[in-house]
Design a protein around this ligand. Sequence first.
Ligand SMILES: Cc1cc2nc3c(=O)[nH]c(=O)nc-3n(C[C@H](O)[C@H](O)[C@H](O)COP(=O)(O)O)c2cc1C
Length: 381
Amino acid sequence: MPESAEGAPLVLDVEEPLAAPAAGDAAAPRRDPQSKAHHIDACLTSAVEYRKSAGFERCDFVNQALPEVSLEGLDLSQPLIGKTLGAPLMIAPMTGGIERAHVLNLRLAAAAQRHGLAMGVGSQRVGLESEERAAFFRVRSVAPSILLFANFGVGQLAKGWGVDEARRAVDMIEADALYLHMNPIQEAAQGGDVDFRGLAARIKVLCTALNKERIPVFAREVGFGVSAEAARLLIDAGISGIDCAGAGGTSWSKVEGICAKSERRRKMGMAFGEWGIPTATAIRAVRSVSTKIPLIATGGLRSGLDLAKAIGLGADVGAMARPFLVAADAGEEALEAFIQDTLLELRIAMFGIGAADLDALRGTPHLREIDHETPRTRPLG
Ligand SMILES: Cc1cc2nc3c(=O)[nH]c(=O)nc-3n(C[C@H](O)[C@H](O)[C@H](O)COP(=O)(O)O)c2cc1C
């Protein structure tokens, strides 16, 4: 994520430019790419997690003692914008632009290729500003056919980025689609880009141009959730899909608080550490506006069972960030075991309710809301 304002002095809303602005980006100071390393270090600790839950423990599958399907025969394939995923799982956008991030991304991308998963890279802003950094976002050498998303923030649109930068971000990594990430609370907590006026109109201009070039544009929160109102604005703007990334997993306000250099910013990050729409609620909110818009659900998915519930609630694909980061950091074997276990859990959940494929899971009558409060299951390491 992008762009932390660490190094900011005690005065709120004032950032230290770290290098000269790029051409065409006169208003925007460059950010320190090493902030990506701080984000990785912070996200390898459980201190960044929400206390509140993503809401999946309040959904319960109703066991079917005679499911009439075979575990081995279940179909996990999922079409998404012209490609077919081997399973409805995505490696959520995290990082890039520095060597350490590249090593992790290559490991993740190779695993995505083995299992037919989708993947996004982290904000490419530093890559668009420097060719040297751009190289550290590329993963096609190990993942020639995965569904791959480029990524930058809507804050850049407000500062004048547009079709040209979007094309360059997509071309930089030979992506299939572009993610535009929306992170008002993170930006405000860190003292970053906070003028979000007129963004729906700018998104519309971008979508109109890129749709003509057959580049799908998805909008995503970074983990504070997409409301029904925001989903309506995005759909009216011509977005091709939404990632409703909600609260309950990694809190990006806490990440910024932990990475802040000033005590004031640290407190600000922590004050908003529990802000956000839980992911299960965000899935329902987007689906209340459109039953058709391709929907990815990120935020607090911590198991194949959570993934099954996200899909049962209406998502097309579920995505995880921190669990993949932790597994990839532990090494290739740990990553492979994590993916295999996650997909097996998804299979067992489908088996247990007799869902032969993902359409059956998505339309299942066997997912019920339970009204009792249960403690959060399985906090991540
Ligand atoms: C180390 C790290 C870096 C991230 N950087 C980005 C980013 O650059 N752009 C973005 O859209 N989301 C970014 N995210 C947010 C994730 O994609 C995701 O929405 C969020 O972490 C919630 O998912 P989780 O609970 O599975 O971690 C990042 C997440 C992590 C863990």
